[in-house]
Design a protein around this ligand. Structure first.
Ligand SMILES: C[S@@+](CC[C@H](N)C(=O)[O-])C[C@H]1O[C@@H](n2cnc3c(N)ncnc32)[C@H](O)[C@@H]1O
Ligand code: SF4
Length: 292
């Protein structure tokens, strides 16, 4: 592969990697000011889709914009990467660009990336001029397959056509903002990711993040009917990685994160985020082994 590949399956980075959302905003507001490697923020706590593998609870709770501005100016020393949209869907919040502009005008203006992570379906409802003004550097769109059926069945009925229309409109308005596809890899799409890469390369997507699906059986949100059959068997993720590496000679960046890496990263993030009483539960691999 001519491109840059990164394997996330080993050491967890030591930098502070913190979520900021309706669950811990009050807690972090009482802590001392801090510097963050990653600050992953959700202004709202709901979504317009129900992806089959999503474990996150939802509610109508919101972060107040004025309190957010206070937080940025009093509790943040610096941020390397500021991500908007981590546990829920940020484009559902009409105030999205106001939050982005507040970040840009504060000590939290990131030194590396200002990233928006989204399912892409409602991107067109927001003001791209404001996103540019806020210094957005990376649009991260969740995409699991190039064929509409697979995408719809994994990502809660999402319309691929609509998301592509939105990406195209965004690209015209923000040509300097990089776009990545972030793909959750399951048995339903592990053999189909090649066409997703081809589709992305065709529209100038230069970064691809592949996340092996994880499963916490004690969670009460995720679709327990479908999940066991969607888990990859041992070696399937690395076989996909090797196939993509052998096939694509491209300048695009490929990032591969195993489910065990994501589990360890999530546990560190829980600690770094000051959550009270949050328990991820048992890891999927335990279940996979039990299922034989
Ligand atoms: C929880 S979503 C929040 C942002 C936004 N709503 C979106 O879908 O992009 C963040 C990312 O986590 C991924 N994700 C959700 N459940 C997952 C799972 N069980 N295993 C691996 N990745 C998962 C999603 O596909 C998405 O790319
Ligand atoms: S993965 Fe993102 S789009 Fe899908 S249900 Fe979860 S928050 Fe919504």
């Amino acid at each position: 592969m001519g491109g840059r590949a990164m394997y996330l399956d080993d050491d967890i980075s030591a930098v502070r990697d913190t979520q900021l959302n309706v669950y811990n905003f009050d807690t972090l507001s009482k802590e001392a000011d801090a510097s963050y490697g990653f600050l992953r923020f959700d202004p709202n706590n709901t979504c317009n889709l129900h992806c089959v593998y999503c474990h996150n609870h939802r509610s109508e709770a919101l972060i107040d914009l004025d309190r957010f501005v206070w937080f940025l100016n009093n509790k943040v020393v610096s941020v390397s990467t500021f991500q908007i949209g981590c546990v829920m869907e940020p484009t559902l919040d009409r105030r999205l660009c106001d939050f982005m502009l507040a970040i840009a005008a504060s000590p939290a203006r990131p030194t590396k990336d200002l990233m928006l992570q989204t399912n892409g379906t409602l991107l067109n409802k927001h003001d791209y001029d404001k996103m540019r003004a806020a210094g957005l550097t990376l649009l991260s769109v969740s995409m699991d397959a190039a064929d509409p059926e697979t995408q719809r069945s994994l990502r809660g009925g999402m319309s691929l056509e609509r998301v592509f229309r939105n990406i195209s409109g965004f690209k015209s308005a923000c040509p300097d903002v990089s776009i990545e596809f972030i793909c959750t890899v399951t048995t339903a799409n592990v053999d189909k990711v090649d066409s997703l890469v081809e589709l992305g390369l065709g529209i100038g997507v230069m970064r691809y993040v592949f996340r092996e699906v994880y499963y916490y059986p004690d969670n009460d949100v995720v679709d327990h009917e479908r999940m066991p059959a969607l888990l990859l068997s041992d070696g399937q993720f690395s076989a996909m990685r090797e196939r993509l590496e052998a096939k694509y000679n491209t300048d695009a960046q490929f990032i591969f994160a195993t489910s065990s890496y994501l589990d360890r990263a999530a546990r560190k993030m829980v600690a770094d985020s000051g959550y009270v009483g949050r328990d991820l539960g048992r890891m999927s691999e335990t279940v996979r082994r039990a299922l034989g």
